[in-house]
Design a protein around this ligand. Structure first.
Ligand code: CA
Length: 532
């Protein structure tokens, strides 16, 4: 097993290093120089990138990139800014003269609209031909998953970016946030995992009054969720909503008419909100819901056991304590798990500007991270330095450096990983595969949870749609008015600040805000996607 991996590693390395002349950095490079009769000088590429708060800012000294420079022979001159500022700073940089542009944009949160705009103005170059010629690993994925290629292709017919992908076979990554139930609470109460929303309600009632912490008070946390969006993602399918997956929280297809449906005005959505209202009113939803941050959320799951929570998975210290639930059936018998994501996670993770004199090399450089060997380097680092190849779990970090790099369970260990590698909380070109991703989604319990949800996944999951510049101007205005209003009213309905008698007014308000126009644009984007 191990030697196979080694051979694959060398093969992948060879493909990459043919890019240019290496700088005699070690055996691998020297060997490849012999194979390479190309006499061009070693290449330097100027990169502009966003780094996440978990990751060290100086990428010119980042072990990952130093190691990859030895393998690729390409020197990257990194300019990094915090991810929270990267989109603005990138726009500012690109507004200057082309001489000041970077060669590549790495993890700068380019939206589909920005890809179209920068492509039309000649700032970004089209990549579809370069991908065909220079990016065999990505090309193989696009050929195998045509939906990803369609989602990556902008309305003008060009591809301007390399994507961040989730492996379509990595079910627990695609299903993301799930409902998790405490095994010990279930066992103590003699309960079984709920199969319907009503069973969930009754179970949460019992959790809340169980006095599991033994202080003679009904102060148990029955259900902890970090925000309403994640609760909605695990519940809406029980009302048949979200039948094209999680990239389209507001729109799906009406199963009766086959037409596009605006989810938040449907009678089923109203019933789901009424269910959430009931949970909230009866104290079954933790009232810290609207204020809780992620580290507090994880701390509560670890230290103050909760009956159930919605999340990617339990922290590894309590992994065995929680089991993922099945998709719930709703009052009308619908049973769908709508919280499933499309493998095209982010379209604009990597782009090449027209200032770049080595676009082929840049694409080959990035294509490595769609290979399994590249995944290994990117997510785990170097064998026997940051991880130890292990047959039983390829993604385990080595014992010797476990104190330095640990599992990515909390902010602290993410920061440790972030001294060596850049993936925690980042956007990057590449593919997240089960075999090499050391996050919570790779745990045995998350994978078991994903298999449990498998039978209830929508038959068709859409990637995000793309819009023409004209459509997009309108969409930005509509989104602020319509989606913002939906989110605001959802909270007010759930907390009881507004009663459901106001439902019809809410629907009328949405129509006044331009719902018809919003749906017309959605329909044209859908048509482009369905009939390219
Ligand atoms: Ca108690």
């Amino acid at each position: 097993m191990k030697s196979t991996t080694r051979r694959m590693g060398l093969a992948a390395t060879a493909a990459v290093v043919l890019v240019g002349v290496c700088c005699a950095l070690g055996l691998t490079a020297a060997r490849l120089v012999e194979q390479n009769d190309n006499k061009e000088q070693s290449i330097t590429i100027k990169a502009f990138a966003g780094y996440s708060p978990a990751v060290a800012s100086d990428w010119n000294r980042m072990p990952l990139w130093l190691q990859y420079e030895r393998l690729s022979g390409i020197h990257i001159d990194w300019q990094t800014v915090p991810a929270s500022e990267v989109a603005d700073r990138r726009n500012l940089l690109l507004s200057r003269s082309p001489g000041e542009w970077p060669d590549i944009l790495y993890g700068t949160q380019l939206s589909p609209l920005e890809l179209v705009g920068y492509g039309a103005s000649g700032v970004l170059i089209p990549l579809e031909n370069l991908i065909d010629r220079e990016a065999p690993h990505l090309k193989a994925l696009l050929d195998r998953y045509p939906d990803v290629r369609r989602g990556l292709t902008m309305p003008d017919g060009h591809i301007y970016s390399l994507p961040m992908l989730y492996d379509p076979e990595f079910g627990s990554m695609l299903t993301g946030e799930k409902l998790w139930l405490s095994r010990s609470w279930l066992a103590a109460l003699g309960e079984r995992p709920p199969e319907t929303t009503e069973e969930l309600y009754r179970l949460l009632k019992r959790f809340a009054s169980s006095d599991r912490n033994g202080n003679y008070k009904h102060d148990e946390t029955a259900l902890l969720v970090q925000d309403i969006d994640s609760l909605e993602l695990v519940l809406k399918g029980a009302w048949g909503l979200g039948n094209r997956g999680a990239e389209h929280p507001f729109v799906d297809v009406n199963p009766r008419s086959g037409a596009l449906r605006f989810i938040p005005t449907s009678p089923e959505y109203k019933e789901m909100l009424q269910f959430m209202r009931r949970l909230y009113e009866e104290g079954l939803l933790d009232n810290r819901l609207f204020a809780i941050n992620e580290s507090e959320f994880l701390r509560l799951i670890r230290e103050e056991p909760v009956g159930a929570f919605v999340g990617n998975g339990p922290p590894s210290s309590v992994e065995g304590e929680y089991a993922a639930g099945a998709a719930l059936a709703g009052p009308r018998g619908d049973r769908l798990f709508a919280g499933v994501h499309h493998p095209l996670h982010r379209a604009g993770a990597f782009a090449v500007t027209s200032a770049n004199r080595y676009p082929e090399a840049a694409i080959r450089w990035a294509d490595y991270f769609y290979s399994e060997e590249g995944n290994r380097l990117f997510f785990l680092g170097s064998p026997d330095e940051t991880y130890r190849p292990a047959a039983e779990r390829a993604s385990a970090f080595s014992d010797s450096t476990a104190a330095v790099i640990g599992q990515g369970e909390d902010a602290k260990s993410e920061r440790r990983i972030g001294q060596f590698l850049i993936w925690p909380r980042a956007e990057y070109p590449g593919i997240v595969r089960k075999t090499t991703f050391p996050g919570a989604e790779s745990s045995a319990s998350a994978q078991a949870g994903a298999s449990r949800l498998q039978p209830a996944l929508p038959a068709e999951v859409w990637p995000g749609f793309t819009y023409t510049p004209d459509e997009n101007d309108l969409m930005i205005a509509y989104s602020a008015d319509i989606q913002g209003y939906v989110a605001e009213m959802r909270n007010r309905f759930i907390t009881g600040e507004v009663t459901f008698e106001a439902w019809d007014d809410y629907v009328v308000s949405l129509r006044r805000k331009g719902l018809t126009g919003y749906m017309a644009i959605y329909a044209s984007a859908y048509k482009r996607f369905a009939m390219p």
